[in-house]
Design a binder for this molecule. Structure first.
Ligand code: SAH
Length: 515
């Protein structure tokens, strides 16, 4: 039997990728074709299977549409008739100024099955993220959503401004920036108090959010002076005043800060999540790729004689990860580690180790190779047999110090770092346009690879590109790599963990808001 396709019209929500519904996300996860708009945040596309077809159909107000509405309708019909699971992803809610109804009428006419998933519409999101409750018992009992796209002077307008001006409570105008002067003029002319507060919110619920406040009399100038462009919503009503107390989103410590996070591709983006929690706008650049070593012959030999070791040392998260990956591949497990004691370089490594069922026997008070060496020396290592599974390219200080103190040390690579070919033009543009506030480095290799990616001609150009940009380094070794390259470190946590790094960045910006 021929597989029958279906179109799911899904509301993507207003911009914050966390605001899609659970149902919408689960449909994206099994989509075969995704047809998405300008306002449907591309951050959601990460949920889509890698082999799905992604079709961007544009639709940016004022700019030439990438596809006509007829072409979009036909595209949906064609893919569904070809038996595909099609997700039609639209910004906000598909039925609120989203032409969702029109698309479904076409599908109905073509006999294509469909379902609809509502979304958080930008009006409620803009109000919420600007700290404005759109209804409030003390101020208003109604709220009205209006399109401002219509020319309010045209005779055949569907909008009855006369009734809206005095008969409705809070007003929220979509697509109204271009017509703002006529909209406010109409409201005042028909009896709304010129002193009524108005907020305009652009790119609501995204790190790019900007909001300005005025009154019906002043808002046109306020918007012009602040150079607020679409997409933006206009919120009119006394409730706007509540923003003074309720504003929460834009008040977060890192709101509006553009922070580059250099990381390895496989590493969990704990740092990004941590910084975003405080409102930072993070740009992730994968500067290194962690990959297995070409041959595990040497490592496998060590696995055979694990019991002979007194200590196994894990000096990075990846050493734990790749150690166990290979251990499992050889049909072994944590029980094979019941002989040696285990030392780790820091708390995160200890936490990861615990997920494999093992408690670290030793965590140094300073989370570096030197710190680990010192703690081991305190215990006495003479004559001890020590195994260090680690990166192919790593510093020799730890094994050398231990050998110097009379230990037998075996160092075997379990993974390696490879630089990633990045998009040099995009990353450079970030700096030449002076958009970046801070760069974070979590290891010396992220520093090296970031500089390779940026590819400055000489020290002078590097200084120029990074002028005014702050640098955060996770620990002293990483910091040294930064300063060795002639750059300054502005933020460095006391403890070398991601959580401490996030806290240090927050502290840095909280002490002085002018930074
Ligand atoms: N279906 C969408 C609306 C589409 S109409 C929804 O439910 O939100 C397009 C208009 O929506 C834009 O011109 C702008 O007024 C508004 N809009 C959409 N997303 C927005 C956002 N993140 N911030 C501010 N306004 C937004």
């Amino acid at each position: 039997m021929k597989k029958t396709g279906k179109v799911y019209l899904v509301g993507a929500g207003p911009g914050d990728p966390g605001l899609i519904t659970v149902r919408g996300k689960s449909l994206l996860e099994r989509a075969e074709v995704v047809v998405y708009d300008y306002l449907a945040t591309t951050k959601l596309l990460k949920h889509v299977p890698a082999d799905a077809e992604l079709i961007y159909v544009g639709k940016k107000g004022g700019v030439k549409h990438t596809y006509t509405q007829e072409e979009i309708n036909q595209m949906l019909v064609d893919h569904a008739q070809a038996g595909k699971v099609v997700v039609r992803l639209k910004g906000g809610d598909p039925f609120i100024f989203g032409r969702g109804g029109e698309e479904l009428e076409e599908l109905y006419a073509a006999g294509v099955a469909f379902e609809v998933v509502p979304g958080v519409t930008s009006a409620t999101a803009a109000a919420t993220y600007a700290g404005i409750p759109i209804t409030h018992r003390d101020y208003t009992a109604s709220v009205t959503f209006i399109t401002g796209h219509e020319d309010p002077t045209k005779k055949s307008s569907n909008i009855n401004w006369e009734k809206l001006a005095t008969g409705a409570g809070t007003l929220v105008v979509y697509m109204g920036i271009k017509n703002l002067p006529t909209i406010v003029e109409n409201l005042i002319k028909h009896g709304r108090d010129p002193k009524t507060p108005v907020a305009v919110v652009r790119w609501a619920s995204t790190p790019e959010q900007r909001s300005v406040v005025g009154t019906l009399e002043t808002i046109t100038d306020v918007v012009k002076n602040a150079d607020i462009k679409p997409p933006a919503l206009i919120i009119v009503g006394e409730v706007v005043n509540l923003r003074d107390t309720i504003d929460w989103y834009e008040k977060r410590a890192l709101f509006g800060k553009r922070i580059i996070v250099t990381r390895t591709r496989e590493q969990a983006s704990e740092l990004v999540l941590g910084l975003e929690e405080y409102g930072a706008n993070c740009l992730e650049y994968s500067t290194i790729n962690i990959v297995p070593v070409e041959s595990y012959d040497a490592f496998d030999e060590e696995l055979e004689r694990l019991k002979e070791y007194h200590w196994i040392l894990f000096t990075s998260l990846n050493s734990v990860k790749y150690f166990f990956k290979r251990l499992y591949e050889k049909g072994m497990d944590a029980r094979d580690l019941n002989g040696p004691d285990i030392a780790v370089v820091g708390k995160s490594t200890a936490d990861l180790l615990l997920t494999y069922g093992l408690n670290a026997d030793l965590i140094p008070s300073t989370f570096t190779g030197e710190g680990l060496a010192e703690s081991l020396l305190d215990q006495g290592v003479e004559g001890r047999n020590i195994f260090i599974p680690r990166a192919k390219q790593a510093r020799e200080i730890l094994p050398e110090t231990l050998r110097g103190a009379g230990a037998q040390v075996t160092v075997t690579p379990v993974y390696q770092n490879c630089p990633v070919e990045g998009d040099k033009a995009t990353i450079r543009a970030e700096f030449t346009d002076h958009k970046v506030d801070m760069i974070t480095f979590t290891s010396s290799s992220t520093v090296r690879n970031f500089l390779t990616l940026l590819d400055a001609e000489n020290q002078e150009e590097l200084q120029q590109l990074l002028q005014g940009v702050k640098i955060a380094a996770i620990g002293p070794i990483t910091a040294k790599s930064v300063t060795d390259n002639g750059l300054e470190v502005h933020v460095q946590p006391d403890q070398f963990t991601i959580t401490d790094m996030v806290d240090a960045v927050v502290d840095y910006y909280s002490c002085d808001s002018s930074k």
